[in-house]
Design a protein around this ligand. Structure first.
Ligand SMILES: Nc1ncnc2c1ncn2[C@@H]1O[C@H](COP(=O)(O)OP(=O)(O)O)[C@@H](O)[C@H]1O
Ligand SMILES: [Mg+2]
Length: 284
């Protein structure tokens, strides 16, 4: 990270100290994000007040990056996981009865807005367009939440929105232009062999060089098959690979670990056989 960027982040932290209950949401992430350039670009955009859209395949580290950014800026994290049923009330709030009165129960986006949080809009392209339309005024220069029947809620100056999207998976939609235009977009790069080896060593410190090498090779093989359309991208499961390596580290036979964490996630017989053949060639 450039010295100038670091300095600006320090200034941001000092200007917006987070206190009270929201501070409990300032969390050091479990995994450190690997990728200096992407980190630098993301931080620079956030410093300018931009919101980020991270687009990329599964397990390219979108959530890890979002969590690392929130920690770097020392902001509380609020996460919305989008699905086809997500509606605007879950985002901005709903009416509730409390002590005989109608009150607003704030949604996650409103909470983040009031508390200067970093709001992770996770897999935003799973949502229906009308659900996300309420976000337009929140995300653009107006920085206001409009809950019908209530006063406008201004968005705290430290609040940022980081959306993630997997492209082209079942259930995902195209994001509409009006929404996309409100973000700076980062295309998450695929992991290189060197980076993957680094990541695996960090996750399973006790694994041997040979075990790490086999796992990297397996990942690259699976990735290539997925790119060629021979197997589905779902079979390339980095999280599964990490778990497998941890099991190997703890003494499980490599074949068994990989079968549990990767191969058996392919429920289609044909795909299962293909993946099993690849696994066999790496873990004889
Ligand atoms: N660049 C990266 N830096 C650190 N971890 C990564 C990176 N890319 C992938 N991972 C690993 O992949 C797994 C999935 O990451 P996640 O952020 O949940 O992916 P996504 O949200 O893109 O599907 C995590 O266990 C993480 O350690
Ligand atoms: Mg994710």
């Amino acid at each position: 990270m450039r010295k100038e960027t670091k300095k600006l982040i320090d200034e941001f932290r000092n200007e917006y100290m987070c206190e009270g209950a929201a501070a409990s949401r300032i969390i050091k992430p479990y995994v450190e994000f690997i990728g200096e350039e992407v980190m630098e670009q993301a931080a620079s955009a956030l410093l300018l007040g931009e919101n980020l859209l991270l687009s990329g395949a599964k397990a390219t580290g979108k959530n890890v990056l979002a969590e690392n950014l929130a920690w770097m800026f020392r902001r509380p994290v609020y996460t919305v996981s989008f699905n086809a049923n997500t509606d605007s009330s879950a985002l901005i709030g709903t009416d509730t009865f409390k002590g005989g009165e109608v009150k607003l129960r704030p949604g996650v986006v409103s909470e983040a807005a009031v508390n200067g949080g970093f709001c992770i809009l996770d897999e935003i392209n799973m949502a229906k367009n009308d659900a996300v339309a309420v976000l337009h005024s929140v995300l653009d220069y107006r920085r206001l939440i409009d809950v019908p029947g209530y006063e406008l809620i201004p968005v705290h100056p430290a609040t940022r929105f980081i959306a993630t999207m997997n492209y082209g998976y079942a259930g995902t939609r195209e994001l509409n232009e009006a929404l996309v235009s409100r973000f700076s977009v980062i295309r998450m790069p695929a992991l290189s062999e060197e980076r993957l080896a680094m990541l695996l060593k960090r996750e399973a410190e006790g694994a041997s060089e040979a075990e790490v090498k086999s796992c990297v090779g397996l990942f690259m093989d699976l990735n290539e098959k997925a790119i060629n359309g021979e197997i589905s991208p779902n079979a390339v499961d980095l999280r599964g690979l990490i778990t497998a390596l941890k099991l190997i580290e703890n003494g499980m036979a490599a074949r068994d670990a990989v079968t549990m964490c990767i191969t058996n996630k392919c429920f289609d017989d044909y795909e299962h056989t293909l993946v099993d053949d690849i696994v066999m060639s790496r873990f004889a």
